[in-house]
Design a binder for this molecule. Sequence first.
Ligand code: 5GP
Length: 187
Amino acid sequence: MRTMVDQTADIGEILLTEDQIQTRVAELGAQISNDMAGRQLTLVSVLKGSLPFMADLMRAISLPLRIDLMEVSSYGGATTESSGLVRILKDLSSSIEGEDILIVEDIIDTGLTLNYLVRYLRGKKPASLRICTLLDKPARRLVEIDVDYTGFTIPDQFVVGYGLDYGELYRNLRFVGVLRPEVYTQE
Ligand code: 5GP
C-alpha cells in the first residue's frame, strides 16, 4: 500500500496565492479578448499541467472560442529535470488550418517542449499562433521563444500546484508552491 502524502506539508513556500492567480488570469483574459477582438479563437492546451489554467482562462476570455487538447511527454515520470525528448501522446482532435491559435501552457522552463509544439502546430497552417503561459522560468531557457502572454515570471525553483505535479501529485493545490527539495531527493 502507498504511504499517504501530506501535500501541503511538502510545500516549502507559497509562491503564488489563489487570489494572485485568479486576479492575473482575469487580466490575461481581458487582454487577450481585447487584442483578438472580432475574431474567433482556438485554445490549444497541453495536458495535464495546464488543465486548471485552461479552465479558468477560457472563462475569462469574452470571445467565441473552441478548445482542443494535446498531451506531450517531456519529463520522464517523477523527475524534476527536462529530458529534452518530446513525444506526442495525444494529438489535436480536429484541423486548425486557417484558425487563430492560442497555445495555453502551464510553465516554460528550458523551452524545449514548447519549441517542438510551436513547430508542429505551425506545420498545420493556422492563420496565426500565439502563446500564453501561466509561468515562465527564464533562468533555464535553452531555446528562444516569443511568448505573447505571461502570467508570472518565477525564479529557478521546482514548483507544484494549480495543475503542476511531482510524480502526478499536488495538481489539485489551489496555489503554486515550491516543493521541499527533501521530497525529491529522498527517493
Ligand atoms: P520545458 O520543455 O520548457 O523544459 O518544460 C516544460 C514542461 O516541464 C512543463 O510543461 C512542465 O510539465 C514541466 N516543468 C518545468 N518546470 C517545472 C516545474 O517547476 N514544476 C513542475 N511541476 N513541472 C515543471
